[in-house]
Design a protein around this ligand. Sequence first.
Ligand code: PAF
Length: 322
Amino acid sequence: MKRVFILSAFIAVFCFATTATAAMKIKLGVVTKPGSAQNIVAEKFKELIEQRSKGDITVKIYHSKAIGNETEILQQIQMGTVQMGVITGGPFDTFDPVVRVINYPFLFSGHEQADKVLDGPLGQEILKSLESSGFKGLCFSENGFRNLTNNKKAVKTPEDISGLKIRVMSSALHKTIWQTLGANPTPMPWPIYTELEQGVIDGQENPLWVMEVYKFYEIQKYMTMTRHVYSPHIDVASLMWWNTLRPDTQKMVQTAMYDAAVFQRKDNRDRNAARLKMLREKGMAIEDAPDLNAFRAKVAPLRDMDLYKDARVHALLLKMLD
Ligand code: PAF
């Protein structure tokens, strides 16, 4: 099995090494469907890189689980059989726990602060650190601030969450956050509409665009503006592949992805007010002012938990919380 893995990775990289200076095709994976935050970044990147390389570089976007869930996309990126991805922080943390630092609850108070930190030296240090796990972190676009929805009851305080079966991403951090808040967290890969509809789970947590694009207003009555985690996407490339590219090609890819990320962050934020209005009109009961101090207090012990005990991760968390 290991030999097959090494051989397929070698073939994938060899094919790229021989074509990196001529016409080049990039396979880019996202788990969600067209119209999603991830697809908007991917499509913008495709447009920019194809234009700027005058067609020498082309991008094929594999969306809607065409090449698997986010964990499976990351495995293929590590092997070099998929070159790039736009991936949420959650599933990434099983590949590299450093990602838990940027998904720490209530880390950022707003978009401006998130951009400043993630585009700044600390964000770059985190991206660089992913190289030890076989990834070339390019930049951060955004999924957005995550909010809780459920179909059982209005939630204003952590006590209201007690016992709710909440779907979480396949991530030790996200599972622990919801355990600490008193829920019954259930890790599940995307998508989850059927499970919500059938009542296998009571709720979930995601940014506003998800409630719109995946029509969760049809099956979730209550939403609480918890904004508990700012969820960046990590716009990532296979390190094996990256190392086969000429420096000028690397620069072109890096710049096009960053420009796509800046475009998408603004686009996402510009649409949030209209999304909230629409979700209300569709009949969702939205709690705008939950007791966030109580939520913050509940998750405060996380920083001292095993999740952050790795020395590299702990040092970065302390810098981040500083
Ligand atoms: O909850 C998730 O799994 C992610 O936030 C999603 C919706 C796939 C977007 O990346």
